[in-house]
Ligand binder design. Structure first.
Ligand SMILES: C[S@@+](CC[C@H](N)C(=O)[O-])C[C@H]1O[C@@H](n2cnc3c(N)ncnc32)[C@H](O)[C@@H]1O
Length: 287
C-alpha cells in the first residue's frame, strides 16, 4: 500500500503479502539479495552449475541469481528467469538470459527440460506450494537438480531468532516474529516453509536430497529487514500482535550502528531428479 487508498495486492488473484507496487520494492529485493546471495551462489556452484547448462530461475525478483547463472553457464548455456512481476530483472543486456512474466502456478512450463531449477523465497508465499514444487520438479530433466530456499521463522525458530537480538529486546523480537508469522498466514503464506522443504523434495521423488539451515547476524543499518518492515507495516499492524509504537521501536533499533541482530533462518534444500532407467538393461543413464 503506498498512499492508504490503493492496495495493489488486490489487483492480482494471488495473495502475496508484499505490495509489488511499493515505491521501494526494487531496493528491498536488492537488499534481500545482498544478504542471501552468498550462501545461494556457493551452493549452486557446489551442485556443479557449469558451461552449457539450461537453467530456470523462478520468482527471480531483482534478478541477481539469474545474472550469476547466466555468467556461469556461458554462451553455450541459457537461463530463463520468470516472475509475476519481472520488471526489476529486465534490462540486463545478457544474450543468454531471458526474463519473462509468468505465473509458476498457472502458466505452462516445459517438461524434463532444465539442468537446474531454482527458487528462493517463493514457495513460502504460495498457498499451493506443493503444486508449485511439483511443477518445478516436472520441469527438471532426469538427472537435473532442483534447489529451493525459504525462511523458517515459526515457533521455536522465532524464539531462536530472538536470542540473537540485542540484550533486553528479546520480547520486542518475539512480538515482531509473532506478527510476521500471522501476516504471512493471513496472506496464504507459511512462515515455517523452510522446515518443510527437505521432506517435500524427497516426497516429490527427488534423490540425493540435502539441506542446510543458515542465519546471518547483521549489523544495524543493513537495509533488508528495515525495508521489509516498512513495506509490511499495514499487514503487520493488522495482525494485532504488535503495536505501531513497538514496530517503530523495532525499526529504530535495527538501524542503530552499534547493534547486531538476526533477521531469520533460511533453509536451502536441494535434490536430484532420478535419471531414467535404460529400457533394455534397467540401468540408470548418467545425469
Ligand atoms: C520475496 S521475492 C524473492 C525474489 C528472489 N527469488 C530472491 O530471493 O531474491 C518473491 C518473488 O516471487 C514472485 N512471485 C510470487 N508469486 C509468484 C508466482 N505465482 N509466480 C511467479 N513469481 C511469483 C514475486 O513477484 C517476487 O518477485
Amino acid at each position: 500500500m503506498t498512499d492508504g487508498t490503493h492496495d495493489s495486492r488486490l489487483d492480482t488473484a494471488d495473495r502475496y503479502v508484499f505490495d509489488r507496487a511499493w515505491e521501494r520494492e526494487h531496493e528491498r529485493l536488492a537488499a534481500l539479495e545482498a544478504v542471501y546471495d552468498g550462501v545461494t551462489l556457493d551452493r549452486l556452484a557446489g551442485l556443479g552449475v557449469a558451461e552449457g547448462w539450461r537453467c530456470l530461475e523462478v520468482g527471480c525478483g531483482a534478478g541477481s541469481v539469474a545474472r550469476w547463472l547466466a555468467g556461469r553457464v556461458g554462451a553455450t548455456g541459457s537461463v530463463e528467469a520468470i516472475d509475476l512481476d519481472p520488471r526489476f530483472a529486465d534490462g540486463h543486456g545478457l544474450p543468454n538470459l531471458t526474463v519473462r512474466r509468468q505465473d509458476v502456478l498457472t502458466d505452462p512450463l516445459p517438461a524434463d527440460a532444465y539442468d537446474l531449477v531454482h527458487a528462493r523465497a517463493l514457495l513460502e508465499h504460495l498457498p499451493a506450494r506443493e503444486e508449485a514444487l511439483h511443477r518445478l520438479v516436472t520441469a527438471t530433466r532426469p538427472g537435473g537438480w532442483v534447489m529451493v530456499e525459504d525462511f523458517d521463522i515459526e515457533g521455536a525458530m522465532a524464539a531462536a531468532v530472538a536470542r540473537y537480538w540485542p540484550v533486553g529486546h528479546g520480547e520486542l523480537a518475539d512480538r515482531l516474529y509473532a506478527a510476521l508469522q500471522a501476516a504471512f498466514g493471513n496472506a496464504g503464506g507459511y512462515a515455517g516453509c523452510g522446515r518443510w522443504l527437505p521432506d517435500a523434495l524427497a516426497d516429490a521423488g527427488l534423490a540425493e536430497v540435502g539441506a542446510l539451515v543458515h542465519a546471518p547476524v547483521l549489523p544495524g543499518g543493513t537495509p533488508f529487514l528495515v525495508l521489509t518492515l516498512r513495506q509490511l507495516r499495514t499487514p503487520l499492524l493488522a495482525t494485532g500482535r504488535i503495536t505501531a509504537q513497538e514496530l517503530d521501536a523495532t525499526v529504530e533499533l535495527i538501524q542503530r550502528q552499534e547493534v547486531r541482530y538476526m533477521p531469520n533462518f533460511m533453509v536451502t534444500a536441494w535434490g536430484r531428479r532420478p535419471s531414467r532407467p535404460d529400457r533394455r538393461t534397467g540401468a540408470r543413464t548418467p545425469g
